[in-house]
Design a protein around this ligand. Sequence first.
Ligand code: FE
Length: 336
Amino acid sequence: MKTVKLIAGLALATITVSTFAAEEVNVYSYRQPRLIEPMLDIFTEDTGIRVNVLYAKKGMLQRLKSEGANTPADLVFTVDIGRLADVKNADLTQAVSSDVLNANIPDSQRDDGGHWYGLTQRARIIVASKDRVNLDDILSYEDLASDKMKGRVCTRSGKHAYMIGLTAMMIAYHGEPKAEIWAAGLKANLARKPQGNDRAQVKAIKEGECDVAVINHYYMFNMLNDPKQVPWAESVNVIFPNQADRGTHMNISGMAMTKYAKNSENALKLMEYLASEKAQKMYSEVNGEYPVQAGVEWSDQLRMWGEFKRDEIDLTEIAANRGTAIKMMDRVAYDN
Ligand code: FE
């Protein structure tokens, strides 16, 4: 077992590895140990390459910036296209070219220049009170801003990456002026000031504060695994938005190789491993997300909800609209 330092006092764990392994790869991860350790353990078993992980909840970008060329990190794991794009835009990643990655990860789910790659997909779903919402009234993200939803919607902060990603998607499809009308309409429909995490929105529906919310799909699984939260999850219907047109907005968790990676060969081996069918299947099972690789078998949980139309827009385009989305949410005073 190798021990690594804490980031700013935050939780830390390490991967159990054979101490005699000569080869290694160093990872900075925003993903929790329980979500990635099973795959990393098998990677080490299969290749003999030790994986050292520094887990953090925040501060990764700052740390990479301040470490510069001295960083020990070879790879970065994080959620959200925004965070992957931020690392790239700070000039802290390098282009990776790999036939395996290109074959296993759809073009829309990776950076055009190879600076980041998606590993799993998360659907931004709508949940609606089973008692109070007619499902025909809320079929799309556009419907969140409709008159029928006046005073009935709850979301988290408009500054959060998940809401920025959603707004960036609306800009990509509707253009800035129409997207802003939507954002203002959504804001006008809020039942309360944006607050809390995704699960807190479902709790608010259970408690009658609002009728409709937008959340990432895996929180439904998380709530069903927590006895206190089961009633929250059971009070709502799950809606995959925009099935009649472009499909449900999907964000990713993903990986990037750092600009100054010292173990780049091993880092590439780990990247390719995580994109393999075997790891993709495991990955999706342990974290409740959808595999990016087409044809990989879904977990029982994911199969329970069945197939749905996913928005296949290139995430590079979503990343490019994020700056505009951040300013837009400010302009509509979303959080005020
Ligand atoms: Fe999340």
